[in-house]
Design a protein around this ligand. Structure first.
Ligand SMILES: Nc1ncnc2c1ncn2[C@@H]1O[C@H](COP(=O)(O)OP(=O)(O)OP(=O)(O)O)[C@@H](O)[C@H]1O
Ligand SMILES: [Mg+2]
Length: 265
């Protein structure tokens, strides 16, 4: 895989000391994180550590309690919902819970970002949507309503929608969850081919660390509200941080907190 050249200081995502809590639960406790333009960063971490919250913050779908967030050189903090439309149209987002429109068909869901962006004829949109649905293996399902789809099919519709408009930034929250190993590999091959073509900046969250590591350049580890490690994806299984190695190997017994205490001694 090739890496797009980094443009000095030109981060597409820049989180500085970002804090987020829900009630008394502190989820993100001072996150500083950058993704350079054209870079591909994977984000891993135990369940319920705030990976999805971080993705939503990057699109301005949640407000942080502190810190600053810049995406595509714009601040997303403290903006009114209506102001964020143009910025969101430059971002392709795959949500962990799909977030498809139930009242639209598969092809209408995938066409949505193109219609929002405007400037394409109906024929051109139909052609592009058909190409995306073939790419994710959903040709023939164009007219189905999302309620008729399996979880894996919804995931693939979400991927088609996130990639249809050649966004400058794509955020994939668990692109392979619920997919079989063959489909998982096909999906990652598709995401990699898209990125080669568009040079989009990528933030990808995945529990499938092996597949993720083949797709991204670097991996960050989110743990107890902080990014405790960031390093090359290719060598993530041999990361110098023992907690990261344990997490990647999947040999954590019992709560991670206990193992964390052990690792520190
Ligand atoms: N809108 C919300 N209101 C209240 N709590 C929330 C909200 N969104 C997320 N949380 C809480 O924030 C924490 C982090 O959630 P998040 O979905 O980001 O976890 P995650 O790291 O993506 O986990 P998973 O690996 O299971 O997807 C969880 O404890 C969750 O319950
Ligand atoms: Mg999540």
């Amino acid at each position: 895989m090739t890496t797009a050249p980094l443009v000095g200081g030109d981060a597409t995502i820049r989180f500085v000391d970002v804090r987020k809590r829900y009630g008394r639960r502190v989820v993100l406790d001072g996150i500083s994180l950058e993704v350079a333009r054209g870079g591909r960063l994977g984000l891993i971490g135990p369940a319920a550590t705030g990976k999805s919250v971080l993705c939503k913050l990057a699109c301005g779908l949640e407000e942080p309690d502190g810190g600053t967030i810049q995406v595509l050189a714009e601040s997303v903090v403290g903006r009114r919902e209506a102001d964020l439309g143009p910025l969101r149209r430059r971002i392709g987002m795959l949500f962990q819970n799909y977030a498809l429109f139930d009242f639209l068909t598969v092809e209408q869901n995938v066409a949505f970002p193109l219609e929002q962006r405007g400037g394409m004829t109906a024929d051109a949109i139909a052609e592009r949507v058909a190409e995306r649905l073939r790419a994710v293996g959903l040709a023939g399902s164009e007219r189905k309503l999302t309620a008729e789809l399996s979880g894996g099919m919804k995931k693939r519709v979400g991927i088609a929608r996130a990639t249809v408009a050649d966004a400058e930034l794509v955020i994939y929250d668990e692109p392979s969850a619920g997919l079989d190993p063959v489909t998982t590999q096909k999906i990652y091959d598709l995401l990699a081919a898209d990125q080669e073509r568009t040079r989009a900046t990528v933030l990808a969250v995945s529990s499938d660390v092996v597949a993720l590591a083949r797709f991204v350049d670097e991996i960050a580890f989110l743990y107890h509200g902080k990014i405790t490690y960031r390093g090359p994806a290719a060598t993530i299984a041999d990361a110098p941080d023992p907690l990261v190695r344990q997490f990647v190997r999947g040999d954590l017994e019992g709560p991670l907190e206990e193992r964390g205490a052990e690792a520190a001694t």
